[in-house]
Design a binder for this molecule. Sequence first.
Ligand code: GTP
Ligand code: SPV
Ligand code: MN
Length: 589
Amino acid sequence: MSTPMEMFVKEMQKLFQPDEVYVMNGSQEEVEKITEIAQKSEVDGRIVLKKLNGQEYPNSYYHRSNPNDVARTEHLTFVCTPTKEQAGPNNNWVDPKEAKEKMDYLFKGAMKGRTMYVIPFVMGTPKSKYAKNGVQVTDSLYVALSMRVMSRVGKQAIERIGTSYDFFRGIHSIGDVNPNRRFIMHFPQDNLVMSFGSGYGGNALLGKKCYSLRIGSYLGYQEGWLAEHMIIIGVEAPDGKITYFLGAFPSACGKTNLAMLDPVFKGYRVWTLGDDIAWINVGEDGQLYAINPEAGFFGVAAGTGFKTNPNMMKTLKNSKFFPTLFTNTAVDNSNNTPWWEGVSDEVPSDLTDWQGRKYDKNSGTPAAHPNSRFTVSIYNCPTLSPEIDNPKGVPISGIIFGGRRKSTIPLVYEAKDWNSGVFAASIIGSETTAAASGQVGTVRRDPMAMLPFCGYNMGEYFNHWLNIGERAKKLPKIFMVNWFRKDEDGKFMWPGYRENSRIIKWMIDRIEGKTGVKESEIGLFPQEGAIDLSGLDIKKETMDKLLSVDKEDWKKEVLMIEEFYAKFGDKIPKDLRDYLKELKEKIGV
Ligand code: GTP
Ligand code: SPV
Ligand code: MN
């Protein structure tokens, strides 16, 4: 008798007709073998992996993708629920039957001449009751290795699945990397994702956004928990007390940086638990507890350096067991190291750019793709929290929501309570970034930083958030931040990065009830002088501007919010519609 997992593999073999099938066991030898093969294999006309300078970057490899395949493709991503309304206006929708027929047609025989890698994986630390199992098949060596770094792959997953039918199925083929034949189809009711034509992170590592967020959010809705686009950190104060925070920011808006923040204050430190995804449950004591389903970072290289994020640089130079992959950065030929804008002030003279061409400094274009990324194990991180494998997760005292906005949104404010925090998070807008294909820099609504990742109707998702608030006994405080305000000259008004620890310190004071607040039209502001700015050269006028409500800006904002809410009709909970009405009155619209 075959197990359900074996039956799935046989079915996939029949569909894809690969020359060989390899089931990953997660061993060290296996990682080395796959890395070896990848250095000898060409896919889509490029060598899959090239070894980098092991002195500078131990155990590290370089990968260049097809230039048409460098970011998530939201317009090719679908949620295939039985009805369009279930997917909601926040998702592209196709009828599930039609979607499966289309994908079966693309998949048929697609692995002829290739090896099919079977990746049994666990999202979350395997001992946790909150962890979940999946099996992905893929014909991409890069995807197989990346999954090995980003999740717990192999024997432990096979054992956990055992004879159960209850596991996520991820079906992936890189196909011929043709954007006209590229689809990422989600079937929440079937715990299934089908992805064709892309090898890029969020499109192809199906345990990540596809399962842990889109399918995960739907499972959470059914089962009473939350799957969120959030970091998890513990902030230790000089007295040794650790306060745990979640932080939601849209793609390429500062999560990884905040997740391993090096605070400016003596005696404070940040413990890293996750930089992208959190699964949040109501614990037995009525508090919210979070686990990180992932085991690695798939982080933005551009802008990462010893000045901005020293702990990530140390992580990248500390690769022990698993290989670290650099994708679509440039390469400094003088010493065979990966290079990107921000890693050094000087641009090296002999660079090959992300497309494999000799780089011309005067070209006016960056050498590394703005969405160039690294894939690295979380266990390399020097600030890794000792709680990382705690099966219960960590108890959350604060949730930070942010976006990337040059205007309108203050540096920080606090929501009065859970429900007004849910409202504040539901109205977030953010400028689009290079993490998804399409125009960069246009403001769109991105509630809870989940617009591209919520696997069901967002109106119902908001309601689910309100329900969690009713079920929990001890709720975290909710804060809104914006690190990205700019002045008339287009310069950032707030220094950001490490200096963000000043805001976090204030949040801890608030959680501990040590400081009061000032009421405003949109929420609660810090009292005069409550943010510790010692040693920081910032003008009082700048701080005043960063911590105020510009009514003219907010009038425009409210109209955008109203337009967004209107798309969902009465799916938006009445409470939230009432908050919007109240906000309009206060702003004077
Ligand atoms: P995803 O992996 O796409 O989900 O992105 P992320 O949210 O983890 O973003 P990340 O931390 O990688 O930052 C993205 C970009 O924002 C990088 O270029 C950073 O250098 C920049 N950035 C991060 N934090 C700050 C900040 O506080 N201020 C400013 N000005 N830029 C920041
Ligand atoms: C994001 O885009 O939010 C990422 C990278 O974290 S991806 O895995 O592609 O989603
Ligand atoms: Mn992300």
